[in-house]
Design a protein around this ligand. Structure first.
Ligand SMILES: Nc1nc2c(ncn2[C@@H]2O[C@H](COP(=O)(O)OP(=O)(O)OP(=O)(O)O)[C@@H](O)[C@H]2O)c(=O)[nH]1
Ligand SMILES: [Mg+2]
Length: 272
């Protein structure tokens, strides 16, 4: 390399121009990374998914969430609903908490995992992308965040059922969307009920989303037991804001706490 092209010449540019590379999440601060599928309405059309909900599509999302565990990025838990993956980092965080690195690597991980799983489950090669954002929260607010996302999933569920019913009844997309905007929640429930859909009785994963988390279990070795951890998927979640739901989330949060060394090892038994 000629002397005039030495690294020294370019270093000042790198230092000055990589303006976001040092941006870090404060230490001891829990945070969610929310990943949302880019134009997944079009993706779901391309895959010819079932409407309003498709279990294979949901499986692709869950597998994409699990890829974050498999890549040893150590999320505390992951909540999946619609085309959204919410990964909580409570006690550990990857990449020295660097925002650019976390957003880009997580988006890359779930995008490639989704494409691969879509090919496997739907037999269609697709390039998909997820956007990624970071939400900084306290531990208490993390539980509220989960309740909020679950409530949003419930609203989306109701709207999606109503929208596809109106479409089946012959309404054009714009017309169906406009009619939905003018409907009160009870009218929407009534409309679906009249057409044989009870919104309270659809599969739980459609109404409440899916949670991926680590659960401890006892493993018997030669003459003693040790605590090991496996990654579980829960497709029958309680309502997080209910008494049962709060206790469940509390328990899962407890399990995310770092355990003393020697108490057990992470054991990723994938898939379940
Ligand atoms: N048919 C079908 N569609 C689904 C399913 N899950 C998610 N979707 C689609 O994914 C969309 C997710 O909503 P958004 O994230 O607001 O819309 P988007 O098209 O991804 O647009 P951007 O996120 O803004 O890029 C829904 O509107 C549905 O069209 C499913 O199980 N079946
Ligand atoms: Mg989307």
């Amino acid at each position: 390399m000629p002397e005039s092209y030495s690294n020294d010449l370019f270093n000042p540019i790198q230092v000055k121009n990589e303006v976001f590379s040092k941006l870090q999440i404060p230490s001891d601060t829990p945070f969610f990374v929310r990943l949302n599928g880019k134009r997944f309405q079009a993706v779901s059309e391309k895959l010819r998914t079932e409407k309003p909900f498709d279990k294979k599509f949901a499986k692709c999302l869950v597998k994409s969430g699990k890829a974050i565990f498999e890549e040893n990025l150590n999320p505390a838990l992951i909540y999946v609903a619609s085309d959204e993956i919410n990964a909580l980092f409570a006690h550990t965080a990857p990449f020295d908490r660097r925002v650019e690195k976390i957003n880009s690597v997580l988006a890359g991980t779930v995008s490639s995992a989704f494409s691969w799983n879509a090919l496997k489950h739907f037999g269609k090669p697709l390039t998909v992308a997820f956007d990624s954002r970071i939400i900084i929260l306290s531990t208490k607010k993390s539980v509220e965040y989960l309740m909020w996302r679950q409530l949003d999933a419930w609203r989306n569920h109701n709207n999606a059922y109503a929208y596809w019913l109106l479409r089946k009844l012959g309404r054009k997309p714009k017309d169906a969307a406009k009619t939905l905007k003018g409907l009160k929640t009870e009218d929407l429930h009534q409309l679906l009920f009249q057409h044989g859909v009870n919104l309270a009785k659809t599969p739980a994963w459609q109404r409440r989303g899916i949670l991926i988390y680590r659960q401890p279990f006892q493993k018997l070795l030669e003459n003693h037991t040790v605590t090991r951890w496996r990654v579980r998927e829960d497709w029958k979640l309680p309502v997080f804001s209910s008494k049962e739901g709060k206790a469940f989330v509390q328990q899962v949060m407890e399990w995310t706490k770092p355990h003393k060394s020697g108490e057990g090892n992470y054991c990723l038994s994938l898939p379940q």
